[in-house]
Ligand binder design. Structure first.
Ligand code: ZN
Length: 234
């Protein structure tokens, strides 16, 4: 398959980041072809997307991971409870979605702790996984996560779906990059709720037809990042 310039840019960025960021959870190409994929949704919860996503995931019998922001958890705690009751994993995505690279460590710690507490109060369980807003984190902030037994989860197939790129383009980008063990990243958004829901539906239909399996993220599978781990999307 000939890659477009955009596809090439995304693959190169992922490869470059993967070789310099602190240890965390990525797709590991040496895992078996039966390794489960991980469906992840960032930035929620929102009334426009979360309940419908739960319904779509349920129809396909897929358990996903939702990285919620503390400010949204505070606004919609019942959606957090509902998500957990449906058997999905809930992760910490900071309180205000500030970029970890550019804020002081003390503020980062407050963002993480406030969010973990809000999630625990909403659903009874504190999160064990964390995704940095904008994907990047430095070693100093990563130590904050380690101290709190939070595993940093990076990204696999992405579609820049935080922009209004259209359902068919989101699906094309994700499908192009996805294989066994992929960490698929989609975004909940009030503005682009239709794109989020329709794309999820299409991606799950394709995945099921392809025989891919899905599971929660298991932090114990985290390994140091090596250059040899660089993804070569099919
Ligand atoms: Zn985000």
């Amino acid at each position: 398959m000939i890659k477009s310039l955009l596809d090439l840019k995304m693959d190169m960025m992922t490869g470059a980041c993967r070789s310099v960021l602190p240890s965390g959870y990525w797709h590991h190409p040496e895992d078996s072809v039966d390794s489960p994929c991980h469906m992840t949704f960032d930035d929620g919860p929102f009334p426009e997307t979360t309940p419908k996503l739960l319904q779509i995931l349920n129809e396909h019998n897929v358990k996903a991971t939702f990285f919620f922001t503390g400010s949204n958890v505070e606004q919609f705690p019942e959606l957090v409870k509902m998500t957990r009751e449906h058997g999905h994993q809930i992760g910490n995505h900071t309180y205000k979605h500030l970029p970890p690279l550019f804020i002081p460590k003390g503020l980062f710690e407050k963002e993480v702790d406030a969010t973990s507490l809000l999630i625990k109060n909403a659903c009874g369980e504190a999160p064990t996984v964390f995704r940095p807003p904008y994907g990047l984190i430095d070693f100093d902030k990563a130590s904050t996560l380690t101290e709190r037994a939070l595993t940093c989860v990076y990204w696999g197939p992405v579609a820049e779906d935080w922009n209004d790129v259209g359902v068919s383009e989101v699906v094309r980008r994700i499908v192009r990059q996805t294989r066994s063990g992929s960490v698929i990243v989609l975004h909940e958004s009030r503005r682009n709720s239709r794109q989020c829901l329709k794309s999820t539906e299409e991606i799950l239909k394709w995945s099921v037809a392809k025989g891919l399996k899905f599971d929660h993220i298991r932090p114990e599978k985290t390994r140091p990042t090596f250059k040899s781990d660089l993804t070569q999307p099919a």
